[in-house]
Design a protein around this ligand. Structure first.
Ligand SMILES: [Zn+2]
Length: 381
C-alpha cells in the first residue's frame, strides 16, 4: 500500500495537462522512472520504448519476446491545467486520496506496475524467470487520451490487435464497478451556406443561412433514440457576421453517442444525407464516427472472469456498469479484442473539484489486475 501511494504521489505531483506537450514529456519522464524502477526491482526490463508522435510522448513496455497476449492500457495526461497542485494538492486523509488526476488515472498506472511486479516476484519464488512468466504482457501509457487520442489511436490499436485481452486501468464506476459498456462517439459540423444581403435595404436578395441551419437542427434532434441509448445533441454554433447582414454562413457542432455500431451508422447516414430546405441554400457536413462503442460482446467474458477471480480471492463483489464517456478501450473493443475497462482506482469526481480515490481499495484492485493477467496468460499455455 505505501509503495502504491508513494508511486501515485510522484506521478500526481508532476502536472500533465494534455494540451502542453512539454508538460506531458516531463510527466512521461516521471512515469518512466516510477514504473521502470519497479519493473527493474522485480527483475524485468525497465526501459520503455518512448514513442513521440506529433510532439506527444507515449511509453510502451513490452515484456518478453513472444507475441502480445495482454495489454495493460492507461494514460498519463490529465484534464487539469497548470497550477492545480496549488489549489488541489496531493493529500491522503481518512483513507481518501486527493490530487489532480489521482482518479483519472494516475493511480491506475501505479496499479499496472505493481500488478506486474507482484507476478514477477511470485514467478521468481517459484523458480521461473520474471521475463518468462510475463512473456506477452505489454504496458502502454499514452499522453493524449483526454484530447481524444489523436496521436495515439494507431499505437493503441497496433498494441492491442493480437492480444487475448486488453485491461484498461481507467477509474472504476460507482462502488468500484468495472465498465463493460462505453458509448461510441461521433462528432459533426453542419454548415449552412446561403447568401449575404443588407438586412435593411434588400433582405429579399439574401438566403438566410441561420434559418437554413434552424431547419437542419430540427431535422437532426429527432435522430436521437432514448430507448436505444442514442443521444444526438447540437452543442456549439455560430450564425452570421454583423447585426445588419442576412447571414451567408451558419454552423453547429453535433455530439452523437450510441451504444451500438449500428446506431452510430444509422445516425451517420442520416446526418450525411440532410437536404436543404430553403431554395438556393446548401448544407455541408464534416466529421463522422470517432470512437466505436465498447459493447458487451467485447467485455462480457472478461467481466465474468474478473468476477470469478474476485470472488475466489475474497475481494468484494465486483459489479459492472455502462457509461456514456469513452476511453481508449473503445478503440480496442472496436477491433474485436476482448476489453475490460474501469479496473483502476475506486473513488469519484473525475474531471471535477472533488476528484478522489479511496486508498483501501488500491491493493485489492491491483491484486485483481494481477489475477486477470495471470489467468489470461495461463488460459493458453
Ligand atoms: Zn482517463
Amino acid at each position: 500500500m505505501d509503495d502504491l501511494i508513494s508511486d501515485a504521489r510522484v506521478m500526481i505531483e508532476c502536472e500533465s495537462p494534455s494540451d502542453d506537450h512539454e508538460a506531458v514529456a516531463r510527466s512521461a519522464e516521471v512515469v518512466t522512472s516510477v514504473v521502470g524502477s519497479r519493473l527493474r526491482e522485480a527483475g524485468l526490463p525497465g526501459e520503455p520504448e518512448r514513442i513521440e508522435i506529433d510532439g506527444v510522448t507515449h511509453m510502451r513496455w513490452q515484456l518478453g519476446e513472444g507475441p502480445r497476449r495482454v495489454l495493460l492500457l492507461g494514460h498519463h495526461d490529465t484534464v487539469w491545467p497548470h497550477g492545480t497542485l496549488a489549489t488541489h494538492p496531493f493529500s491522503v486523509h481518512d483513507g481518501v486520496m486527493r490530487g489532480p488526476g489521482c482518479f483519472d488515472m494516475l493511480v491506475g498506472i501505479a496499479q499496472a506496475a505493481h500488478a506486474v511486479t507482484a507476478l514477477a516476484r511470485q514467478a521468481t519464488k517459484a523458480g521461473r524467470t520474471p521475463q518468462e512468466a510475463l512473456d506477452g504482457v505489454t504496458i502502454l501509457i499514452t499522453g493524449d487520451e483526454e484530447l481524444g487520442s489523436l496521436t495515439s489511436r494507431a499505437l493503441v490499436e497496433d498494441s492491442a490487435r493480437e492480444c487475448d485481452a486488453v485491461l484498461v486501468l481507467e477509474a472504476a464506476g460507482p462502488g468500484g464497478a468495472v465498465k463493460t459498456e462505453r458509448k461510441g462517439a461521433s462528432g459533426y459540423v453542419i454548415e449552412a451556406v446561403g447568401r449575404a444581403a443588407h438586412a435593411g435595404l434588400e433582405p429579399e436578395k439574401g438566403i438566410n443561412a441561420g434559418i437554413e441551419l434552424a431547419h437542419a437542427l430540427l431535422a437532426v434532434a429527432p435522430l436521437a433514440d432514448a430507448a436505444a441509448g442514442t443521444t444526438v445533441t447540437p452543442t456549439k454554433g455560430t450564425i452570421g457576421t454583423t447585426t445588419n447582414t442576412v447571414p451567408a454562413r451558419a454552423s453547429v457542432t453535433v455530439d452523437v453517442r450510441a451504444r451500438t455500431a449500428a446506431e452510430q451508422r444509422r445516425v451517420d447516414a442520416a446526418i450525411r444525407t440532410l437536404s436543404p430546405t430553403l431554395s438556393g441554400a446548401e448544407l455541408q457536413v464534416t466529421g463522422g464516427i470517432n470512437r466505436p462503442p465498447l459493447d458487451l460482446d467485447a467485455s462480457a467474458a472478461l467481466c465474468e472472469r474478473a468476477q470469478r477471480l474476485a470472488a475466489e480471492a475474497g475481494i468484494a463483489t465486483l459489479a459492472s456498469c455502462a457509461v456514456g464517456g469513452g476511453s481508449d478501450g473503445n478503440f480496442t473493443a472496436g477491433l474485436g479484442v476482448p476489453t475490460l475497462d474501469g479496473l483502476g482506482a475506486v473513488g469519484g469526481g473525475a474531471h471535477a473539484d472533488d476528484e478522489h480515490t479511496l486508498v483501501d481499495h488500491i491493493p485489492h484492485r491491483t491484486a485483481l489486475v494481477a489475477l486477470l493477467i495471470q489467468d489470461v496468460l495461463e488460459s493458453r499455455r
